[in-house]
Design a protein around this ligand. Sequence first.
Ligand SMILES: [Zn+2]
Length: 339
Amino acid sequence: MRGVVMRTPGDVRVEERDNPKIVEPTDAIIRLTATCICGSDLWPYRGVEPADHQVMGHEYVGVVEEIGEQVTTLKPGDFVVGSFVISDNTCEICQAGFQSKCVHAEFVAQIGTQAEKARIPHADGTLVATPGQPDDDLIPALLAASDVLGTGWFAADAAQAGPGKTVAVVGDGAVGLMAILAARQLGADRIIAMSRHPERQQLARYYGATDIIEERGDEGVAKIKELTGGLGAHSVIEAVGTQESFMQAVGATRGGGHLGYVGVNHEVKIPGIELFFAGIHTLGGPAPVRRYLPDLIQRIWNREIDPGKVFDLTLPLDQAAEGYRAMHERRATKVLLSI
Ligand SMILES: [Zn+2]
């Protein structure tokens, strides 16, 4: 089968890889319909993280081809959406809703779903079948549920976005945009998007943003305070992962408010004293997407939400290298690879 391999930072190839086989009785083999490139794939691409002939990709939708003998909830032919973290969905941590910290957690990035096929361990606990075969136009939305939508939703939930709340979203990438969608669905009164890109501001408004702030850092915090009677937002979502964005998010949260942080942190140092005096609730980390998948799939199936609009470039798998380049050069927010 063909699959993406990053030989060294910036060198993305589509190469022949071994066909996956059932190894454990809880495995499923899926034939991918679509996959995509994540903002986090740019870390190794840019050399911030190492890359040495590594397989790539952790977002995926596809059709079950084969199941192990202990798989009970899926059968060959089912169309499935999977989380970007493997989970058994039965251990104590999973039962508490934190499937991304499952005792059997394994990052799908190690499996590499930018490929024609993938072996998914703990298939019952990781994959969710859709109610039937989806129409083609639903595929991007279902694919978004695999990570960016699930992650944005978790962030909004962690920030306790809801009726009566003002929500501020730091970050206008795919996850930030999905967090806006989630905050809107969860009933937030006011949603402030922090963005300085006109086309992303437009998408932010489409997904439910009521206000846009272009300032960053301390100026961005001051602007949020200005819009909230000097108090700060009830709910703040951090969807970038840099020092500036994180501190901006902490500063924008009102005392007693909630910060949900899902931007993968790189070299971020949070001064304890600032966090201490902020007096806020914080919850973040890799999103337990599996917890939200059944609900998100149903909302997509009912066409209540349209997260698929975050993909602004679609390429065949063979042109993955161009997809990486487009995201690296910010010519695309998120690239869908069709298989
Ligand atoms: Zn578990």
